[in-house]
Design a protein around this ligand. Structure first.
Ligand SMILES: [Zn+2]
Length: 82
């Protein structure tokens, strides 16, 4: 995996605080899985009041499947994979 947390700067989803728990609203818990530890480190968006919304790296991936995958070329050489 080569997920680059700094790349998260371009993510700017706006979350509805009504959908979030208090720890999630305060950036203390992952917005996806509610995990507080390890502390979520990827900013995936914000609230209408500009508070950051955090997710752990795995969940940030899940949230953003379209995030560019570095060096992923068309798999012409891997055609043998099922
Ligand atoms: Zn998570």
């Amino acid at each position: 995996m080569s997920w680059d947390p700094t790349g998260a700067a371009r993510l700017n989803l706006t979350f509805d605080p009504e959908d979030l728990s208090v720890p999630q609203r305060e950036g203390d818990a992952c917005v996806v899985c509610h995990k507080k530890w390890p502390r979520p480190r990827v900013r995936v968006g914000r609230l209408p009041n500009d508070a950051p919304v955090m997710a752990c790296e795995e969940c940030a991936h899940a949230l953003l499947p379209a995030a560019p995958a570095p060096r992923q070329k068309p798999s012409t050489k891997r055609a043998a994979l099922p």
